[in-house]
Write a protein that binds this ligand. Structure first.
Ligand code: WQD
Length: 338
């Protein structure tokens, strides 16, 4: 059974391609390489033992999508990762984010329905919760005003899925709300490839450990947390990838003609920025150079997931720890050349 993986050359997409194959599916990658590199295909080939089918196409190009669906006859599901995801860039270029992130989902839904492809897994984010009123945050928590156009596109896309299913469009869909993805495949052949200066914490930590960055700036230690730094739920990318397989299997088994729901993908454990730094020092044996600077605008103080629904609905829970994620990220970073 073939599964179209849009954005399959990206960080979470490429790891999901591996887990789809491991579960007996045939992944078909569609990616415009706007925010990923062709070299990922070499890494995937080395892990899988064969070169997965790859179309260098853009989900905003309807004719390209049609051609793939016509050419790849037995696609039974789509996992839609393709989107721009840099919070800061979305503030500077909102129209790029609304056009790409929302336009590509609309194309996927229209063309999937035309091609009788019923199963859709959508890549969403815990950013839809903003600063939750209660922690751990569950899927019943209210959606807050988005802190960025990026976060708003995720909220709007979830509403598009909900309204499309309510209109009886023949699709069964799940939105997966990722917390903070970290880590890399244990083989060291694929991992996160941030463009330019990393915005996220863990890529910055491993690049500073590798001497690519002079020091880590910790954005504020005056929050209402045990050590004053922000708390997040750091989840290993391989665990996230496996959750996508569970989500797809759940949808395939689901007999209703149309269905929509959303699920958190987190560990249920919160870790502070300083804990991440100290844990990295422990797993790497290195001393990191960091300084505390001002808060970053838009940062929420504390967020970590309730994991009950993922366990109950998908029969999935995380197996890997923060230490595993940092050790795997570090192994991957050491394989990169500047
Ligand atoms: C984590 C913590 C920072 C960098 C965002 C998106 C989310 C998802 C993951 C896409 C925060 C602190 C960071 C640094 C620091 N993206 N930090 N120094 O902001 O929780 O989530 O990325 O799917 O949707 O919202 O992740 O890694 O940027 O920050 O102190 O150099 O690390 O202040 O407290 P974030 P992050």
């Amino acid at each position: 059974m073939k599964i179209l993986v849009t954005g399959g050359m990206g960080f979470i997409g490429s790891h999901t391609v591996v887990e789809l194959f491991n579960a007996g599916f045939t992944p078909i990658i569609m990616d415009n390489l706007d925010n990923s590199q062709l070299s990922v295909l070499d890494g995937l080939t080395s892990i899988l033992g064969f070169k997965p089918k790859f179309y260098e196409e853009d989900c905003n190009d309807k004719s390209a999508l049609k051609k793939i669906f016509q050419g790849e006859r037995d696609i039974i599901g789509v996992i839609h990762f393709a989107a721009n995801k840099a919070v800061g860039e979305s503030v500077a270029k909102p129209l790029k984010y609304y056009k790409n992130n929302i336009g590509s989902l609309i194309n996927i839904l229209e063309e999937s329905a035309m091609a009788n492809i019923a199963n859709i897994v959508f890549s969403s984010s815990c950013t839809v919760y903003g600063q939750p009123d209660e922690l751990p945050v569950s899927e019943t928590a209210p959606i807050k005003i988005a802190e960025s156009p990026y976060g708003n596109t995720k909220q709007i896309c979830e509403e598009i899925l909900r309204d499309s299913v309510n209109s009886k469009l023949p699709i069964k869909a799940l939105s997966l709300r990722y917390f903070n993805p970290i880590g890399a495949h244990p083989s060291g052949k694929i991992g996160e490839l941030p463009k330019g200066v990393p915005g996220n914490l863990v890529p910055f930590v491993v690049q500073s450990a590798a001497g690519w960055r002079e020091k880590i700036s910790i954005f504020g230690n005056d929050y209402n947390t045990p050590d004053g730094t922000c708390i997040r739920d750091y989840i290993h990318v391989v665990d996230i990838a496996k959750a996508h397989v569970n989500a797809l299997q759940f949808l395939i088994k689901n007999e209703s003609p149309s269905f929509y729901d959303w699920v958190n993908l987190g560990t249920g454990k919160g870790s502070s920025v300083l804990e991440v730094v100290q844990t990295f020092e422990k797993v790497s044996g290195l001393k990191l150079n960091y300084e505390i600077i001002d808060r970053r605008p838009g940062d929420v103080e504390k967020v970590f997931a309730s994991t009950e629904k993922a366990d109950k609905l998908l029969g999935w829970k995380t197996k890997l720890t923060l230490e595993d994620g940092l050790a795997d990220s570090w192994r991957w970073q050491q394989s990169l050349s500047r």
